[in-house]
Structures are given as C-alpha cells and as structure tokens.
Design a protein around this ligand. Structure first.
Ligand code: MAN
Length: 568
C-alpha cells in the first residue's frame, strides 16, 4: 500500500499542473515570483528588493541570482526545466541558450539559435516504467525479506532454546564427569599401587641381573687378566692391554697400569671387582675376542699391542706375560646355580664333575656354557664391558599378575566411563560456544540477514574468482590457477549510522606486499536473489564487492534510483 502511494506521488510530480510563473522558475518556487501590490520582487534569500521588472531582464541584481531564473545573467543562477511529461530538472543558469539542449522540453534554448526536440513524453514513459520496475523489485524483495526475517527469527529462537537446554545439560554433564573422575581416581589408586609394585619388582630384578652380569664380567676380566693364575692381577699382566694406554702414545707404561690399579702393584679378585673394575670396565677389552672362544678351539695369540707389547709366552700357565688361558673344555666349567642344576638335572649329569673355572668360593655368577644333545658347546653371551645398545637385548617386563590385571581392567572401565563423560561435556561446550558466537552476530533489525550465514557466493572477472562466505571470510583465486588469497575474515557492519546494514567489512586478510592487510567492503543492494554481482579493487589490496539481496530491499525508491532516472 505504502508503495502504491509512493508510486502515485512520483507520477503526480510529473503531471502536476503549473501555475503561471517567469521562465526558468520551478513550480515549487512559483510563489516567490508572484508580483505583489507594489510590483516589487524580493530576492528569494530575502536580502534585497527590486522592481518586479528586474526579473529576467538579463541583468543580475540579487546576490543569490534569483532575479534571473530564466537567463544566464547570474553566475550562480539556476534554471528549472519544466519538462512537462517527465520531471523537472534544475540546470546551472550558464546552460541557458548555450546551444546545447539540456532540458528534454528544450526550454533552456529559446534564443532560436538551436531547435530542440521535446523528448519529455518518451523519457517520462521510460522513467515511469523504470520506477514501476524498481517498485516491483522492492515489493518482491520486501516479501522475500519478510520471509527471511521470519525464518531468521525462528532460527534465533531455536538456537536460543537449544542454548538454554545445553546450559542445563551442561550442569548434569559436569556432575557426571566429576563422579566418573572420582570413580576413576578410586580405581586408579590400587591399580597404580599394584603396577608400581610390579614395576619395582621388575626394576629390582633387572638391577639384580645387571649386577650379576657385571660381577660375572668383572670375574671373567680378572681371570683373563690373571694370566699366571696366581689369583692376582698385576702390572705386568696388564701392560699388554693397549686399552690401558692413558696418554695414547701406543705404549702402556707401568705407571699407566698403576694408575688403573689405584697405585697398587697387584690386586686380588675382591679388590679388583669392587675397586678396579668399575673404573676400567668401559675401556677393558679381552685379548681373545669372545667369538673365537666359543668354538672350543684355542684362540690364536693376540697381535702385539703397540711397540712394547710383550709377545705371548709359549706356556700359558705361570708366565707373567702370557695370554689368558685357552677356552675351557666343557668339563672345565663349574655348576653354580642350584636351581639351574635341578632344572637341568638330566642333561647336566655329565657336567657334574666339571672342575671349577673360577675360584670355588667366588660368589659372582658367571653365565655357564651348556652342551646341547648333539654335544655342541653353547656359550652364553660372555659378560664383557660392551655397552649394549638400548632395545637390542632389553628384556620385556613380565605380564602383570592376575590380581593386578583385575585391577587394571576395573580401572579401564572407569577410565572409559570418565572419557565418555569428559567427551560429552566437551561436546556440549563446543556446541555452546558455537551457539554463543551465532547469537552474538548481528543479523539486522529483524534477523533477516541470518539467511546468508554460512552461504558462499562467487564472482569471476577477467583475472580472478572472488568468493564471499557471508559472516565468515572473503577470498580471491587466480583464474589461471594458483593458491587462494585471503581477503579478510568477518569483521563488522560498516554502513553509515543511518544505514548501518548497507555494508560489511571483512578484514585482516593476507598482507599486501609493501601495503596493508587485505580487506573487503561488501556493498549490499536490493535485488531479486542473493548474488555477488561485482568485485573490484578501488585501491591496492582494498577490495569492494557488490552484493544484491532481497534483504537489502527497503520498499522505497532510494535517492540513487531517483538520480539514475534523472539521467534518463
Ligand atoms: C595480487 C592480487 C591483487 C593485488 C596484488 C598486490 O596480485 O591480490 O589483487 O593488487 O596482489 O600486490
């Protein structure tokens, strides 16, 4: 209805009947130009008065130029084209009789120098059609806008209700999570205790085995070094070991050996194991490599080590500079572990009489070689000073005992229940946060812009495809291929105070080389559909998009619409 009235008014302006007035005077201004009883003309600004005959006498008298509305005499004068059949047009007075037809009715050119064709009826018709088209667009747009506003409001209501529901659910979910956490903590305490106990036992076992290994290595090293079997390791026995060459001059001096022996000339097994071995085990190397000892054959004499290395003596026993004894025959080994003895009772029968390889009173456990049924000697990894790389021989912790396993399973159940409760709370929080962000968005006076939320639109020009995801982000992608450039993310409404919802700003896009961060201003205009209709770059890296949408229809002709009709 409002639109109909507007339409009628608009047409009324075009067809309004004129009252008599001087040339170039607008109908709306005619009252100023009615001669009064004294036949005096008062300038429109009221500043001066002149005889009425001064009006349009082609001489400028009034400072505001109002006494010459129909001539070009006043530089600031204005000429109004009546333009009957179309709409009046005001042109600068300088255009009067300048040889160019400015008014569609040709009234600005009355000198007779030029004949103007009256095109007002034709233009008026076009203008009317255009006004009708725009009004129809506005009407249709308003209808859609109403629908959008309704669904926007409905959506907001639904989201609000959902948010309230979630906020209530959250309390229960939080309580449940707390309960599950307590149950989990309750179940995890005995589980931890049992696991720690198991781990501790395992650590102790590992430490025991490692100490055993170390002691065995120490004993083996002692026996190897004690080449004269006098139950002492002395200086002369050590000088043939080039690894004791502290200053790396290729010669192991007695002083160097003594330094390793903590200034003693010789040490017995106990002192060797407790005091010397810890310091030399990282450098000590047996003269006869382990693998040559396992095949049961006599090891080949070691190469002399360095210039002063003493060649091995003919006899191995009793000679101070001799090599360690050759690998022992099975009967040379002794049995030391009673448990093992029991376990391997049968197959070890033939080994029972073996002579001790070490002093029988030694408490250090040396891994024992064993003999397979086929009679092959299998030597366990000899305790050496070799640093084992982690993982290669690392034993796995034995499985938990049944009682611990039960505790773990019980704790697993509470952990799973806790994780589920925790995830439920997190998912509620995620949804709350997304709903709150939604609720904080400004969708216009009537929620009409909510229809554009999460919708993306594209526009392609010669070089780029521009994309706008409303309330999210804007981007630019070269048509020829290449990566997308962010032009900005949702910032704010940026229209003027009286037309706030006419533009949006997307900011903090990809930085422009030697310039600002990219940004886009979206100009909203009334249109039949939601569509991105133009994209341009008014100044480097500052973009502008034109977006048409029913949501921007006001139901009224905008000043822009009126302006464009003047140009018709
Ligand atoms: C790219 C595009 C253009 C922009 C220049 C600035 O080529 O993003 O729009 O003007 O970079 O260097």
């Amino acid at each position: 209805m409002v639109m109909k009235i507007l339409l009628i008014c608009s047409v009324a302006v075009i067809t309004s009947a004129s009252i008599p007035r001087p040339r170039g005077v607008a109908d709306s201004n005619a009252s100023h130009y009615q001669p009064n009883s004294e036949n005096v003309f008062v300038c429109v600004d009221g500043s001066q008065s002149f005889p009425y005959s001064y009006v349009n006498d082609d001489y400028c008298d009034c400072a505001d130029g109002s006494d010459e509305p129909g001539t070009s005499a006043c530089p600031n004068g204005k000429f109004t084209c009546t333009n009957a059949g179309h709409r009046p047009l005001i042109v600068p007075a300088s255009r009067v009789n300048d040889g160019v037809c400015d008014c569609c009715d040709g009234t600005d050119e009355y000198s007779g120098n030029i004949a103007c064709v009256n095109s007002c009826n034709e233009l008026g018709k076009k203008h009317k059609e255009e006004v009708e088209r725009i009004m129809k667009l506005q009407e249709e747009g308003m209808r859609k806008k109403k629908e959008f506003a309704e669904s926007g409001k409905k959506m907001k209501e639904e989201k609000k209700a959902r948010l309230e529901q979630l906020q209530a659910d959250r309390e229960a979910a939080e309580t449940e999570r707390q309960e599950m956490e307590s149950k989990k903590d309750e179940a995890e305490a005995p589980e931890k205790e049992a696991k720690d106990k198991h781990q501790k036992a395992w650590d102790e076992e590992k430490a025991r085995k490692s100490a055993e290994k170390d002691a065995a290595a120490a004993a083996a090293a002692f026996n190897e070094l004690d080449s004269n079997n006098d139950n002492f390791v002395d200086v002369l026995e050590m000088v043939i070991h080039i690894e004791f060459d502290i200053d790396s001059n290729g010669v192991v001096s007695e002083e160097e050996v003594k330094e390793h022996l903590e200034e003693s000339d010789k040490v017995d097994m106990d002192n060797f194991v407790s005091k010397i071995w810890p310091n030399i085990k990282q450098i000590y190397k047996p003269l006869v490599p382990e693998d040559t000892q396992t095949d049961g054959e006599a090891p080949s004499p070691a190469e002399p080590q360095g210039e002063t290395a003493t060649p091995p003596a003919e006899e191995t026993n009793g000679s101070p500079n001799s090599l360690p004894p050759p690998p022992l025959e099975p009967e040379d080994y002794y049995e030391e572990d009673e448990e093992e003895e029991e376990e391997d009772d049968e197959e070890d029968d033939d080994m029972d009489d073996r002579d001790d390889y070490h002093d029988s009173d030694t408490s250090t456990a040396v891994p024992l070689p064993s003999i397979t049924e086929e009679g092959t000697l299998v030597t366990p990894a000899s305790p050496t000073n070799e640093v084992q790389t982690e993982g290669d021989t690392e034993e796995k912790m034995p499985a938990y005992d049944e009682e611990t396993q039960v505790l773990i399973e019980a704790a697993d159940i509470t952990r799973n229940a806790f994780n589920a409760a925790d995830e439920k709370l997190k998912s509620i929080d995620r949804e709350i946060s997304s709903l709150q962000s939604y609720m904080n968005l400004d969708f216009g006076n009537d929620e009409e812009f909510s229809v554009l939320k999460d919708q993306c639109y594209e526009y392609t020009d010669r070089e780029y495809t521009y994309k706008l995801c409303v309330y999210e982000r804007a981007s630019q992608r070269p048509k020829a291929g290449g990566s997308e450039t962010s032009l900005g993310t949702w910032g704010k409404w940026s229209g003027p105070e009286n037309d706030r919802y006419s533009s949006q700003l997307y900011e903090r896009g990809q930085n422009c080389w030697n310039g600002p961060d990219r940004s886009v201003k979206i100009h909203f205009k009334c249109g039949p559909e939601n569509q991105l209709v133009n994209a341009y770059e008014p100044s480097r890296c500052e973009y502008a998009f034109d977006f048409i949408s029913p949501v921007s229809c006001s139901g009224k002709l905008s000043p822009m619409d009126t302006h464009s009709h003047d140009e018709l």
